[in-house]
Design a binder for this molecule. Structure first.
Ligand code: CP
Ligand code: NVA
Length: 325
């Protein structure tokens, strides 16, 4: 694996081997941390963290990953800097590129991530845009690999908003890993044809498959090793809340769906969610309407590995930073 100096703007920036290599490296770094060994792989590296949207996991995972390997993180929220208001992405990028060794970017447009990479001259890592969430997929598949000891040949069913950032990156990541990926989503939220065709081509080359389905039937769920979903309303789409709730109600991941996999009793299925999740009356938003994309019993079940997945954000982001720098 040679990712030195490289950006990760979408998973297309990684060869299939490098994608799998980063998951292996993350597992090594996790074992290293657990053994108590101290890291210095980012010694004297300064990393800017531009966050235009809220974040708990990505922000904390990045800061901790940098600190644990002896580097230094500078958090820059949209309110702190001029980006997009008084200064273009190209100018901000040229300034930050003189000062920092790399930039983690979370924001709206994929184009901004591309511009930061083009003009800064240092690696830029996509910590989520409207279109993709590549570091999430690394953590998701690391969690699957920890549980099953392998990736290729496993069936992953994503149920929900099929064209959001998490779904897009997961489709491509599963294809790279030779998995059998099913995106189960309403027709209105079908992922873009070009991305589906591209992912299918990669999956088939790797002995896997990609399919889009529109009904979460028992047949679609049967044999799934991983069932996963994401919020129905992503950051920046708040005005679509009511229509999404109506559209996605039949796609709520519940115990019946999990049971339909046929893999609950033999411990051959896990549930994943990138988080944050609306699984109960646990938030300001759901206190009146209750769970949205996943029921509480599924979220809290022994087969739910969502907190392993959240922890693995740190190990995978660390692997990516270390490999690029
Ligand atoms: N999964 C994820 O990206 O979480 P945050 O929005 O908290 O970073
Ligand atoms: N699709 C979600 C992911 C959050 C981690 C969003 O963009 O809000």
């Amino acid at each position: 694996m040679n990712l030195k100096g490289k950006s990760l703007l979408t998973l297309d920036d990684l060869s299939d081997e490098d994608f799998l290599g980063l998951i292996d490296l993350a597992q090594e770094l996790k074992a290293k941390k657990q053994s108590g060994e101290k890291g210095d792989l980012l010694h004297r590296k300064n990393i800017a963290m531009i966050f235009e949207k809220s974040s708990t996991r990505t922000r904390c995972a990045t800061s901790i990953a940098i600190a644990e390997e002896g580097g230094r993180a500078e958090y820059l929220s949209a309110q702190d800097i001029h980006l997009g208001k008084k200064e273009s992405p190209a100018d901000t990028a040229r300034v930050l590129g003189r000062l920092f060794d790399g930039i983690m970017y979370r924001g709206f447009k994929q184009e901004t991530a591309d511009l930061l990479a083009r003009y800064s001259g240092v690696p830029v890592w996509n910590g989520l845009t409207d279109e993709s969430h590549p570091t999430q997929t690394l953590a998701d598949l690391m969690t699957v690999k920890e549980h099953f000891g392998k990736l290729a040949g496993l069936k992953v069913v994503y149920v929900g908003d099929g064209r959001n950032n998490v779904a897009n990156s997961l489709m491509l990541g599963c294809a790279k890993a030779g998995m059998n990926f099913v995106n189960c989503t309403p027709v209105e939220l079908t992922p873009c044809d070009e991305l589906v065709a591209h992912s299918k081509e990669i999956a088939e080359k790797n002995g896997g498959s990609v399919a889009v389905e529109h009904e979460p039937t028992a047949e679609v769920m049967r044999g799934a090793h991983v069932v996963t979903t994401d919020v129905w309303v992503s950051m920046g789409e708040e005005d679509k809340r009511d229509e999404r709730i109506e559209l996605l109600k039949p796609y709520q991941v519940n115990m019946e769906m999990m049971t339909a996999t046929g893999n609950v009793d033999n411990d051959q299925v896990i549930f994943l969610h990138c988080l944050p999740a609306f699984h109960d009356k646990n938030t300001e938003l759901t206190q009146y309407i209750g769970a949205m994309e996943v029921t509480n019993d599924v979220f809290e079940a022994p087969f739910s590995k969502v907190f392993d997945e959240a922890e693995n954000r740190m190990h995978t982001i660390k692997a990516m930073l270390v490999a690029s720098l």
